[in-house]
Ligand binder design. Structure first.
Ligand SMILES: [Zn+2]
Ligand SMILES: [Zn+2]
Length: 364
């Protein structure tokens, strides 16, 4: 009886399935649900993790026995056994290597993170890929039209000489330094396990990659052209997949380009709407007029009515910024009525007349 997950059901096999059948069932499902085949599909990713978990257990006779006995609590049972120094420990190291090299030949993507136990990490020092964040300054004019921006930055490229593993194959056998050629290491007092470095063979035919000094990566200056979509908002991050820093085994991080909107001398932005202040002499505000209004493209003519007030707001539909619905926001025009800084004798008299006239009308 199984508690929790049914590994047999997950792999669609019967409990008496042979090793070969288990492997073939897994291979079939792994190719179907592998994240490389289903980019961005969270369900497939979950399914892939699940079948991998099931396979990792059932392919190992010891683990399978524990699973048959304890259900999905087998891992606690295994830990308990290991602490006791019991069976099930020997041969523990090389399992994922086999999985890694055989099952996925033909896949190039990053899947090591699906294996949460540390077997693979014994192979080399695994350095995870790194994401990189760069800022880019964009003007409102550029946001209005969309633009291309060149981003320069330093990142780690995978070393081609060693495919990012830091080690290269050579033609002679070198005695393993971890186990000094014995093929065994003692993990617990009195209990010898297979050497994780040489997988028990006592020697290896690899040496540190001279091109990258065994790091698997090489720092390079990069130039990436990024397309900034029109209407983008301040603070938005654009993801450029695979353009971050490499980790072990040519796995690549992503580049994130974060948009910083430059302050504009004329316009302020609110979503896809823009606001602009336009100065109008007081006499035009009183008489009504046709004024020039700046936009992000060209100047427009706009009529203001008789007795336009200071601070009065006008709306120009569709003269703002583009948005994702491929429509455009509005441009709001705020009138700043200007008074003269000085006045000559003749105009003073005219204003005086104006004043007298108004007061007379008021008195009536
Ligand atoms: Zn060794
Ligand atoms: Zn290298």
């Amino acid at each position: 009886m199984h508690h929790g997950k049914d590994y047999y059901q997950i792999l669609d096999i019967h409990q008496g399935a042979s090793d070969k059948e288990i492997k073939s069932a897994y291979r079939k499902l792994a190719r179907k649900y592998h994240p490389d085949v289903n980019p961005g599909n969270h369900q497939a990713e979950q399914k892939f993790k699940e079948i991998t978990e099931a396979y990792e257990c059932l392919k190992d006779p010891e683990k399978k026995k524990l699973y048959d006995q304890y259900g999905s609590n087998w891992q606690q049972a295994e830990q308990f056994k290991n602490q006791q120094g019991g069976a099930g420990f020997q041969g523990h190291f090389n399992q994922n290597e086999d999985l890694f090299e055989n099952i996925f030949s033909g896949f190039t993507g990053d899947f090591s993170h699906f294996f949460d136990n540390s077997d693979l990490k014994h192979k080399t020092n695994i350095t995870p890929p790194k994401d990189i964040i760069k800022n880019v300054d964009v003007s409102l004019e550029e946001i209005n039209t969309g633009c291309l921006k060149t981003i320069t930055y330093t990142a780690l490229d995978p070393c081609k000489s060693c495919s990012g593993y830091g080690k290269v194959k050579i033609n002679k056998k070198i005695t393993c330094q971890t186990c000094h050629g014995s093929g065994k290491v003692s993990q617990f007092p009195g209990l010898a396990g297979k050497c994780p470095t040489c997988k028990g063979s006592g020697s290896h035919q690899t040496e540190n990659c001279p091109s990258c000094r065994a790091s698997g990566t090489i720092a390079t200056n990069r130039k990436v052209e990024v397309s900034i979509p029109k209407g983008i908002s301040h603070g938005k991050k654009l993801r450029i997949p695979g353009r971050g820093s490499a980790g072990t085994g040519m796995k690549m991080g992503d580049l994130y380009v974060q948009v910083f909107e430059k302050k504009h001398p004329l316009f302020t932005r609110d979503g896809d709407h823009l606001t602009v202040h336009v100065e109008v002499p007081f006499y035009e505000a009183i008489l009504g007029s046709e004024i020039k209004v700046p936009t992000l493209e060209k100047k427009l003519s706009m009529k203001i009515p008789v007795c336009t007030q200071n601070g009065q707001k006008f709306r120009l539909n569709g003269k703002g910024l583009p948005n994702l619905n491929s429509s455009k926001g509005n441009l709001y025009v705020i009138i700043d009525v200007q008074l003269p800084k000085s006045i000559d004798h003749e105009n003073t008299q005219l204003i005086q007349e104006f004043k007298n006239n108004i007061e007379e009308k008021h008195a009536q």
